[in-house]
Design a protein around this ligand. Structure first.
Ligand code: GDP
Ligand code: MG
Length: 436
């Protein structure tokens, strides 16, 4: 998915303005990528419609490249689709009861133990794990092994074939033994069937859980969404657990589940070990899906650092054709303030194109600065006066070769020409869009 989104953003890369046309192109590409990653078409369409709307209507920071802006919009939108803030978890009760549901192999037993371990240490609960898989004796043993590993009591009854009876007995046992949290692990089937649904529903009705959780293997793609819906129809559960996120997950499930069942994802499983459990954070998940955490923080850093007011002043100067070397120097200072040169190039309007021809490193900046400092104030505001002899003087003053001075002047002239072009009718309209 990440690769596909990259190519969608690539469409916007290097463009200096967002227009309806290039947004439409990348939105189409993003939608295709999402559908390929098991997001349902309907959700993908809704998602990209919102992204498009936001991209067109956004108060675009003039210094951002459209590709980066789109990345940010897509990331934020993904996070909000997956649930905004991290969801809370109800564990108050005497005892509080948590019920697991989900298909066989989804990771219920593993997660039950992880959760017991987590709440035991983080929330100082005294949990009791309950083995309700009446079909596979091995599953009961599995829970006992895990319970021993984490030092949590496990309740089971291999004689009974009735999960309702076992659950009730377990709750009574918890009350008698000072457990304030009961985690009921249930049996699943390989696919949705009526008997399984009847059984889990019966347990649900009998124990009235504080939290009913649906556990789903994040690697099962679009199927995960169908299963999530089927269980929700029967149980109206409180939250979703996404397991096996350490694998080669396609990410689509997380994105769609919340939208389809309107239930928050609460925890994610990231391995077989007992501590491989994370509280679900929508924005982190979005980063993960996008695989571009660095880009996102980069954009945020630019937003913090780049003074929007200043950018508007700059635009005014450009409009009046008053952009000179002093302003250029100013922009270089701005960039330097932001940190890593190479990463941050191209965030300043008009600079990207110019800088592409220069091997960007701190030295390159030093040289440019030295040359500009060797110019007189008049030369800086009105570079057209810089003739041959002035060039020689500037080169000498900066300790650079005259060809470098020529190159700088040429690039500056190119940039000015481009800025003037942006002042033409179409350009102006686009720029107004950018600044809106
Ligand atoms: P259940 O049938 O729903 O109870 O599923 P289990 O808890 O028995 O898990 C099925 C398999 O998936 C086991 O081999 C687990 O070790 C493994 N598993 C569960 N959660 C995770 C996870 O988050 N990451 C990985 N890599 N494996 C997991
Ligand atoms: Mg199990």
């Amino acid at each position: 998915l990440s690769d596909r989104l990259d190519s969608a953003f690539h469409i916007l890369k290097g463009r200096n303005k967002i227009t309806e046309i290039n947004i439409a192109e990348s939105v189409k590409e993003i939608r295709r990528a999402l559908v390929d990653a098991d997001v349902s078409y309907k959700i993908a369409k809704q998602f990209t419609d919102t992204v498009k709307e936001k991209a067109l209507g956004s108060d675009v920071l003039v210094s951002l490249k459209p590709g980066q802006l789109m990345t940010k919009i897509v990331r934020d939108e993904m996070a909000s689709l997956m649930g905004g803030e991290a969801a809370d978890f109800k564990i108050e009760g005497k005892p509080a009861v948590v019920l697991m549901s989900g298909l066989q192999g989804s990771g219920k037993t593993t997660f039950s133990a992880k959760l017991a371990n987590y709440l035991k240490t983080k929330k100082t609960r005294k949990p009791l794990l309950v083995a309700c898989d009446v079909y596979r004796p091995a599953a009961i043993d599995q829970l006992h092994v895990l319970g021993e590993q984490i030092g949590v009591d496990v309740f089971s009854n291999k004689e009974s074939k009735d999960p309702v009876e076992i659950s009730k007995a377990a709750i009574a046992h918890a009350k008698a033994n000072g457990h304030n949290l009961v985690i009921i692990d249930t049996a699943g089937r390989l696919a949705i069937d009526e008997e399984m649904m009847r059984e889990i529903k019966a347990v649900h009705t009998a124990v009235e859980p504080n939290e009913t959780l649906f556990v789903v293997d994040s690697m099962t793609g679009q199927d995960a969404v169908n299963t999530a819906k089927a269980f929700n129809d029967v149980l109206d559960y409180d939250g979703v657990i996404l397991t096996k996120l350490d694998g080669d997950t396609r990410g689509g499930a997380a994105l769609t589940i919340k939208a389809v069942v309107d239930k928050p994802i609460k925890f994610v499983g990231t391995g077989e070990k007992m501590d491989a459990l994370d509280v679900f954070h929508p924005s982190r998940m979005a980063d993960r899906i996008l695989g571009m955490g660095d880009v996102v923080s980069l954009v945020e850093r630019a937003q913090e650092q780049f003074d929007e007011e200043k950018a508007r002043d700059m635009q005014k100067k450009i409009a009046k054709n008053q952009f000179g070397f002093d302003d250029f120097l100013d922009q270089i200072q701005q960039i330097k303030k932001m940190g890593n040169m190479k990463d941050l190039m191209g965030m300043i309007p008009g600079m990207g194109k110019m800088m592409r021809n220069i091997d960007i490193d701190d030295d390159a900046f030093k040289h440019i600065e030295a040359m500009i400092h060797s110019m007189t104030p008049e030369e800086r505001t009105n570079p057209s006066v810089i003739n041959g002899s002035r060039r020689k003087r500037i080169a000498r003053g900066a300790g650079r070769d005259i060809t470098e001075v020529n190159k700088l002047l040429k690039q500056f002239a190119d940039m000015s020409k481009m800025m003037k072009m942006m002042q033409s009718q179409g350009g102006k309209r686009n720029m107004m869009n950018m600044m809106r």
